[in-house]
Design a protein around this ligand. Structure first.
Ligand SMILES: C[S@@+](CC[C@H](N)C(=O)[O-])C[C@H]1O[C@@H](n2cnc3c(N)ncnc32)[C@H](O)[C@@H]1O
Length: 306
């Protein structure tokens, strides 16, 4: 089970990075849509501690907010327009949810289900026409240096001895290697980054995408909340290092000396170097036929609007 306090810290990181529960780039569109529906319905898929859904229920008091997870959230009091449904997402959402929601939010969940495309397609079916789907995920393949350049991960080569693997590691990142193995231990082999899953879906079009950068344990003065983001990200990463010894047991074919080295050297490296984690946030909307690309923009370090 996920640690609710870590999920709440992660929520704060997302709030600071995306500048709100709904990114400001899309806020006007979403608010206009919610006003037109005179209430509306919001769904949080794999809600965890349900902090996002509880705050959305407060932000949109006339909307009905439904949160779904396999585990019921604890430690929180919920507004009266909030309800929880226990459900296993492995085969998608319950059929009674179809065409029922104006906003669907799915954050840090796709990496945990056996076939994420099934869940993406099912969420698409549960949106009302013109509704918004928010997919939020962190890239768990590598970390990035201060210039946001990928730090190539150390990856175990089974054709070589353990000693040769360790000797050949010069120039490679142990923190990236650790993160890569964490991805292998938690993600389904069917996982793809959200943009590919959207492309494969028949009805979803991308409205906006945003890349976020999380400095791990250092103050990034270029970011508005660089210091707080650095502190919170380090807390999350330290927590994940603690969990990883158990998670790594699931990875077969990698000797325990290599797993130990990834944890110990990865932790050491992240404490000594200024590195980033990168988060990918996708906001997708279903638009009427012919309306494709009506509103379409991509936001990264450099802003481009078409
Ligand atoms: C990393 S947490 C993210 C929680 C929340 N979305 C957030 O951002 O704070 C992943 C959540 O997915 C849920 N989950 C994973 N597999 C699931 C499944 N098969 N069915 C339902 N929920 C699942 C877990 O219980 C957990 O709450």
């Amino acid at each position: 089970m996920e640690d609710p306090s870590r999920l709440d810290i992660q929520h704060r990181i997302w709030l600071l990075s995306l500048e709100g529960l709904i990114p400001p780039e899309i806020e006007t569109e979403v608010s206009r849509h919610m006003e037109q529906t005179k209430g509306g319905a919001i769904l949080d898929v794999g809600c965890g501690s349900a902090i996002w859904s509880a705050q959305m229920a407060e932000k949109f008091p006339s909307a009905q907010v439904v949160a779904v997870d396999i585990t019921e959230p604890s430690q929180r009091s919920f507004p009266s327009n909030f309800s929880f449904k226990s459900h296993n997402l492995a085969n998608g959402l319950p059929s009674e949810f179809e065409a029922g929601f104006d906003i669907i939010h799915c954050r840090a969940v796709l990496q945990h289900v056996p076939d994420p495309q099934i869940l993406v397609d099912s969420m698409a079916k549960c949106l009302k026409p013109g509704g918004f789907l928010f997919l939020v995920d962190v890239e768990v393949d590598s970390t990035f240096d201060e210039n946001r350049k990928r730090l190539e991960p150390f990856i175990y080569d089974p054709a070589l001895s353990v000693e040769t693997n360790l000797e050949n590691s010069r120039g490679l990142s142990w923190t990236s290697g650790w993160l890569h193995m964490l991805g292998l231990s938690t993600r389904s082999s069917k996982y793809k980054a959200p943009p590919s899953m959207i492309q494969q879906s028949e009805s979803l079009n991308e409205l906006m995408a945003k890349v976020c950068w999380f400095p791990i344990g250092w103050e990034d003065k270029a970011l508005e909340h660089g210091r707080e983001l650095g502190e919170l990200s380090a807390e999350v990463v330290e927590g994940l290092f603690k969990l990883s010894r158990d998670s790594f047991k699931k990875v077969e074919g990698v000797p325990s000396e290599i797993k130990d080295a990834l944890i110990e050297r990865g932790r050491q490296e992240f404490r000594e170097r200024n590195a980033y984690l990168s988060g990918k946030n996708e906001v997708i909307v279903i638009v009427e036929m012919g309306g494709k690309n009506q509103i379409s923009f991509w936001i990264a370090e450099e802003r481009r609007v078409t």
